[in-house]
Design a protein around this ligand. Structure first.
Ligand SMILES: [Zn+2]
Length: 232
């Protein structure tokens, strides 16, 4: 009887708290994450564009990351899914995106990665939300490519105006002082770091974080986001 209890409990939980598609909110089978209609509408970045979707300079700052990639354009279903992941606890989407990113990174890039980290969220927002979506994505991705996730590298100072409400120029200025190295004695000499985020917008945040990782001695900084918010 005892062995049946967890299964019954899970069954009840599934009925009380079914999984919803992050794209359209319909109930999906457990473990399915996204419904097939939404999957068809996802707009993939087909190639491996890396840095090419950003300029050589981002708002006048030299680009500090070596390569960057994203899975989807931030449009339609993908944008809806990221919002559900970010604001409505559609947490299975973290692994859904990580599984696809692990395939996209391909072995030659994956083999060069030493440590996976993520663009940090400030503690106030994190406590309010209860999780950090970039971290969840990074943890799942690290697991899928068999690398260590390190949350101890960078921190994020709390600001009253969030980054996504700022102009591009203001974002750049803000990003320079918002992020910081958590432990000044920690070195990353010779290491290749993969930093993850949920959405790339102007690249200012990513660039500020990459600059700090290079200051810590990182040899190369690769970057991966679920979505790219950019003109095609
Ligand atoms: Zn759907």
């Amino acid at each position: 009887m005892q062995t049946d209890r967890p299964r019954s409990f899970e069954f009840i939980l599934d009925i009380l708290f079914p999984e919803h598609c992050p794209g359209c909110d319909i109930v999906v089978d457990k473990g399915r994450c996204m419904c097939s209609e939404c999957e068809k509408q996802l707009e993939y970045l087909e190639d491996l564009p890396w840095q090419s979707f950003f300029e050589d300079e981002i708002n006048g700052r030299k680009v500090s990351f070596d390569i960057a990639t994203a899975l989807f354009y931030y449009t339609g279903t993908a944008a809806a899914a990221v919002k559900s992941f970010k604001f409505r606890r559609c947490l299975p989407f973290a692994d859904y995106a990580a599984e696809r990113m692990a395939i996209k990174l391909e072995n030659d890039i994956t083999e060069r990665i030493d440590i996976v980290t993520s663009v940090p969220m400030n503690i106030v927002n994190r406590n309010h939300r209860g999780y950090d979506q970039a971290e969840l994505f990074a943890v799942k991705l690290a697991d899928r490519i068999g690398k260590d996730y390190d949350p101890t590298l960078l921190g994020h100072r709390f600001r009253y105006i969030s980054q996504h409400k700022r102009s591009a120029k203001s974002r750049n200025r803000s990003a320079d002082t918002t992020y910081y190295i958590k432990d000044a004695s920690k070195r990353l000499d010779g290491k290749n770091i993969l930093i993850c985020d949920d959405v790339f917008t102007t690249g200012s945040t990513l660039n500020a974080c990459a600059r700090l990782l290079k200051q810590m001695g990182a040899e190369r900084v690769f970057a991966a986001a679920i979505c790219l918010r950019a003109k095609k």
